[in-house]
Write a new protein. Structure first.
Length: 163
């Protein structure tokens, strides 16, 4: 965390804190403006660059958002879980669940008290093993058998609720 503190000022930190609150509320447009101001003050701060990438990505500019989040990771010599979580959110938004899960898991393994990493992992849920483990998860047989398994479990749950 020492390296990150060297790259920021009190003013940039205040702007970033306000932006974080807006990000939590889902107001990425306003947050992007605040993060932009923080970046003008501290242009090489990985956390600010990552937050800008997240704001951009969540507003539909996924390519540039991912690019900024990856840049933030390359600039960071610390192990900041939020950088990984932000990139994971962008990847999830792009539909790349597997890589997103990898980044969320890395963030959680760096800091198992990281609420954002734990939250994103819980939102994604736990994947069941493929029905036929010797075939790839995306193999048509596994996909169809997985759907059938899911329907059977749903019917069984309905029956148990009636009891």
């Amino acid at each position: 965390m020492e390296q990150l503190v060297d790259r920021e000022t009190f003013e940039s930190r205040e702007l970033f804190n306000k932006a974080e609150k807006l990000i939590r509320k889902g107001d990425y447009r306003k947050a992007e403006a605040l993060v932009g101001e923080a970046l003008r003050i501290s242009p090489e701060h990985p956390l600010y660059i990552s937050a800008m990438g997240l704001c951009m990505g969540m507003q539909g500019n996924l390519f540039d958002g991912e690019k900024m989040c990856r840049k933030a990771l390359s600039l960071s010599d610390t192990r900041e879980p939020l950088l990984l979580v932000n990139l994971g959110k962008i990847l999830l938004e792009q539909g790349d669940r597997k890589e997103a899960r990898t980044f969320f898991s890395k963030a959680y393994s760096l800091d198992n008290t990281s609420a954002p990493a734990a939250l994103e992992l819980s939102r994604m849920g736990v994947r069941k093993r493929p029905v036929l483990p010797f075939l790839d998860r995306s193999h048509p047989l596994n996909v169809q058998l997985g759907r059938i398994r899911h329907q059977i479990r749903m019917m069984r749950n309905k029956e148990l609720k009636k009891l």
